[in-house]
Structure formats: structure tokens, C-alpha cells
Ligand binder design. Structure first.
Ligand SMILES: [Zn+2]
Length: 100
């Protein structure tokens, strides 16, 4: 391993750390928002058509945005492959980059 590889490895580790922090924040927000949405749905029960449109669009956005964000964020910094459901991955399954 030459100096350049070592530098790249450090960059990958730093970038992955940032992505991981963003991942945890997103999951934390989902844990707050999803139960709130379930609660709103329970309150309105079969009267979902009575929910104001703006709130309905907000709910749809709150459900979809984190999923889309995770899809773009949770990737290997080196090869860009999606890391899937793996929790605390040590290496990328595709390119073998060390992630922690
Ligand atoms: Zn990779």
C-alpha cells in the first residue's frame, strides 16, 4: 500500500463516518415522525378524506423523503454501491473498501 492509498482510505473512512451520522439522524427522525403519522391516522380513522390536503401531502412527503434520502446517502464512498440493510458494515461488499 502506497501513501496515496492510505490517504484515500482515510478519506473514505471520514466520508463514511459523515454518511453514517446522517443515516442515524434520518432513522431517528423516522422513529419520531412515523408514530406521529400512525397517531394522526388513528385519530382520523375512516375519515382520512377529511384530513386537509396540505397535511396529507405533508404526510406523504414525511413518509417518502427519508426513504429516498437513505437510498442516496447509504452508499459506499468509494464505489457508490448501496449498502442495503447492513448495520455497522466494516467493509463494502462490492469493492472491499474499509468503512470503519
Ligand atoms: Zn464499495
Amino acid at each position: 500500500m502506497n501513501l496515496n492509498d492510505k490517504y484515500n482510505e482515510k478519506m473514505i473512512l471520514e466520508e463514511f463516518r459523515k454518511r453514517e451520522i446522517r443515516q442515524y439522524i434520518t432513522i431517528f427522525l423516522m422513529l419520531l415522525v412515523y408514530p406521529a403519522i400512525i397517531l394522526i391516522s388513528a385519530i382520523y380513522e375512516s375519515h382520512l378524506n377529511k384530513i386537509p390536503k396540505i397535511i396529507l401531502y405533508g404526510i406523504i412527503l414525511a413518509l417518502l423523503a427519508p426513504v429516498v434520502y437513505i437510498y442516496y446517502n447509504w452508499r459506499c464512498p468509494r464505489c457508490g454501491s448501496f449498502l442495503g440493510k447492513r448495520f455497522l458494515p466494516k467493509f463494502c461488499n462490492i469493492c472491499g473498501a474499509k468503512l470503519r
